[in-house]
Structure formats: structure tokens, C-alpha cells
Design a protein. Sequence first.
Length: 287
Amino acid sequence: MRKPVMMVLSLALVATGAGMIFHYLSTVGGAERASRAAVERFEASLPSPDGPSGASPSPGAEGPTAMPPTLPAAENTAPAIAADARAPAQAVIDVPPPKPLPVAVAPAAASDPQREDMRGRWLASSADVDRSDWSPKREAAWASLLANPPAEPIALLDIPAVDLKVPVYDGATDDNMDLGAGRIRGTTRVGEVGNIGLSSHRDGFFRNLQHISEGDEVMLQDTSGQVKRYRVDAISIVTPQDVHVLYPDDRERLTLVTCYPFYFVGHAPQRFIVHAVADEMSLAENS
């Protein structure tokens, strides 16, 4: 009688141990698989190093990872499409952040009276633009910012054919586009070689772009006083997802972006693009 009882108890202990081992292996294996899947999702979410369709970033640009996922919505006070390059969502891996390295703080550069005077004249020049066709909301926003600009202009955009002279700010934020035009982050910086993307509101400064034509001259003056001249070589209408218009090709370019149609009620569904290529004589003068 005692032997059968002992055998039953032994078998029960063996079964219990095997169950615990199987549970442990299943748990560890599942965790490893979940961790491996999270890593694979994270790697898959990273943009291609060469950007869309193998396009290479322009020299001096902030790189394709900073390129906006869609073209700027330059029309509302809280654009859903930020021109400042919201990065695509990425999987989160719970890794403790590295300790920050000590950073030496450089002394502030001395002010340049000539440069400050130039920027002041740029800002004043925007008041000479014909605003009779602006929306009341856009003119009110411009007037409220003019007395106390949130940033310093980095360039002056001048298109004589459409009577447009507007200061350019770094970053296509709503305030910058109310006050002038904004450089789209991720595109080439002013003064460097590549494709400079500028954006502004269709019911404000860039309303006049509806009158632009191929062959019109576009000038961009930087804070050093250097003027680069471009010629409009194409005008296109695209969807907000067509960010390829901001990527460089084999020529030095300037790309102007605003929402379209110009008088659309609500959030305009398309983007009006002015493509301009650097004038060869201008390149020779500035080389």
C-alpha cells in the first residue's frame, strides 16, 4: 500500500516541476520575443538615411530626418502640419538616458550695429507691402507682432514682379509666417548651397504669389548684405504629402510654399509651389 502512494507522490512532484520549468521558459521566451519585436518596430520606424526615393540631403541642411512629413499648412493659427519638422512616431525602448556631458558656454557675440540697422530696415519694408487683399485676421496678427517681433530676421525676400518684399525668419512657425516668411526647418540654410524652402500664409504676405510667372526674378539678401538672384523656372500645385519639392537636385534652388487655393474657405487642401533656380550670373558674382 505504501509503494503505490509513494509512486503517486513522486509523479505529482515531477509533473509540478516540469510545469514550473515550462512556465519559466515560456515567460522568458515571450519576453525575449516581445523585446525583439519592439526593437524591430523601432528600427523599421527610422527614416532612410538617404530620404525619400534615395534623395540625398543638401550640404548644410539639417538632413532628411528633419524634413517635415508634409508641406507646411501656412494658413491657420495652430497648423496641424508643422513646418518645423515633426518627426514620425517611433517605438519607445525603455533605455535610461545617458548622463549629459558638460558643455562650455560661449560668450555672446558683440552686436553689429550695421546688421541691426539692416534688419530694422527689412522689418520696416514689410509695412510697404499692399495688404488690401489680406484677411482681417492675418493683418491683425501682423500688426500685433510688428511692435514686438519674437525673432530677428535672417534674410530679405524680394520679388519685384509681384511687389513683394518680406523679411525671412528661421523656422516656419505661425508667428514667423504672420510677420513675414519662415525657412522650413530641414531645408538648406540661407547662405548655403542647396534648396532653401520658405513658407508663408496664403491670406497674408504670400497672397501675391498668385500673380507670379515663370521667368520672374526672386532675390534673397542675407545678413552679410550678399544678394543671391533666382529665376522662377516652374510653378506647381501639389498635395501636402509631396515633400519631394523641398529636396535638392543638381542646381541651387529656392522653393516658396503656401496653401492653395488662395481664397479657399477653411483648410486649403493643396500647396502652391514656386520653384526658382539660382541665376548663373549671381552664382559667379557670389563665388
